[in-house]
Design a protein around this ligand. Structure first.
Ligand SMILES: NC(=O)c1ccc[n+]([C@@H]2O[C@H](COP(=O)([O-])OP(=O)(O)OC[C@H]3O[C@@H](n4cnc5c(N)ncnc54)[C@H](O)[C@@H]3O)[C@@H](O)[C@H]2O)c1
Length: 334
């Protein structure tokens, strides 16, 4: 099927302008695109513009495209006006399957067939989301990570009806706006990264529920140790090095037996009101009344600096082990 070429994408249309929509807006603007956002909520435009303004200093620090301008941001409540002129559509409405299916039916009817429609869903199955969309072959998941304007990972997942050209076109577009697409080749709920995040989250809830640790203690156990490595190594590579010169073979010999011990829970604990309160209070104590936007600003500075250090000292793209999507088997070249 014929889809828009990456170099012909001038306008990104965003459906939903909350946390994630605002993040996409900032990233796309910083890469010199025109951005049109639609959102029915009261005060949505003001929130969106504030989010973009808050993201801008970090984006300036990472380097803006020559033609990047916040003046290229347009907001409308009218969905068909937002779709008009769209070269790429990214949906960011709340994580409810019924709502998303309805939204895709609506925007699929309005958007020309050569426009890719991506969903920011954190875990829903694209085969279900595309069920009522016109030209479902151009619908896929493009799952980003907050803050979208700084984190490069985007998981690209196709459904049963998605064509490989759409996956490849989305990957090329995301690369153009500075991202690192990871093609999740098998459609599963929660994809890859959220399965991993969810397992850590589940264990954290058990540790709080069992009175073992507070929110701050759990976060300290991550940020002082594994978290520092995870910025560039991931669990498998970290444990490969953790095994010393014997590598992963030695790690498995040494820690393999622990897999049989009851070190982790598979099921989530019941999210009782008492547990919810302990988690929320724990996070409030951890942040010690600090201003939320100040926390976001410091987070952004750290994310920019960490990525600058990695660019300087870690392996360059292509040599860093990142699994670049390969569509050559489908006769699609980059
Ligand atoms: N927050 C995260 O960390 C995160 C990370 C990755 C992916 N996601 C996914 O991104 C999506 C959006 O999440 P969020 O955190 O931005 O939520 P959010 O609540 O901050 O924003 C959702 C926005 O969608 C708007 N909306 C509701 N119905 C709409 C409609 N019919 N048309 C247009 N806009 C509509 C709401 O008014 C709201 O502003 C979800 O699918 C979520 O799973 C979230």
């Amino acid at each position: 099927m014929s889809l828009k070429n990456t170099q012909d994408i001038n306008q990104a249309t965003l459906i939903g302008g909350g946390v994630i929509g605002g993040g996409w807006a900032a990233r796309c603007l910083a890469h010199g695109l025109r951005v049109v956002v639609t959102d029915p909520a009261d005060g949505a435009e003001e929130k969106l513009r504030t989010a973009v303004d808050n993201a801008w200093p970090a984006l300036e620090a990472t380097g803006l495209a020559a033609q990047a301008s916040r003046d290229e941001l347009e907001f409308t409540r009218d969905v068909s006006a937002a779709i008009n002129g769209a070269d790429f559509i990214q949906e960011n409405v709340p994580e409810r399957e019924d709502l998303k299916i309805e939204v895709f039916e609506q925007i699929g009817a309005l958007a020309p067939a050569d426009v890719v429609i991506a969903s920011s869903s954190s875990g829903l199955l694209p085969s279900r989301l595309q069920s009522r969309c016109r030209h479902p072959e151009r619908l896929l998941i493009g799952h980003p990570f907050a803050p979208v304007y700084l984190l490069p990972l985007v998981e690209v997942v196709g459904g049963e009806q998605t064509c490989m050209e759409a996956i490849s076109a989305a990957c090329r577009f995301y690369k153009r706006i500075g991202m690192r697409p990871l093609h999740v080749r098998k459609e599963i709920e929660a994809y890859i990264a959220d399965r991993l995040q969810e397992s850590v989250w589940r264990e954290a809830l058990h540790l709080i529920n069992d009175g073992v640790a507070t929110a701050a203690e759990i976060d300290a156990a991550i940020t002082g140790g594994p978290g520092l490595r995870w910025a560039f190594m991931g669990t498998l590579m970290a444990w490969h090095l953790g095994g010393g010169p014997g590598g992963m073979r030695h790690t498995i010999d040494q820690f393999g037996p622990a897999l049989k011990l009851p070190w982790s829970h598979m099921d989530a604990p019941e999210l009782t009101d008492a547990l919810k309160e302990r988690i929320v209070r724990g996070c409030e104590e951890e942040t010690a009344g600090r201003d939320f936007s100040e926390l976001e600003r410091r987070r952004d500075i750290c994310l920019v600096k960490i990525q600058q250090v990695l660019a300087e000292h870690w392996y360059p793209p292509g040599e860093d082990g990142w699994p670049e999507p390969d569509f050559s088997a489908w006769g699609i070249s980059d």
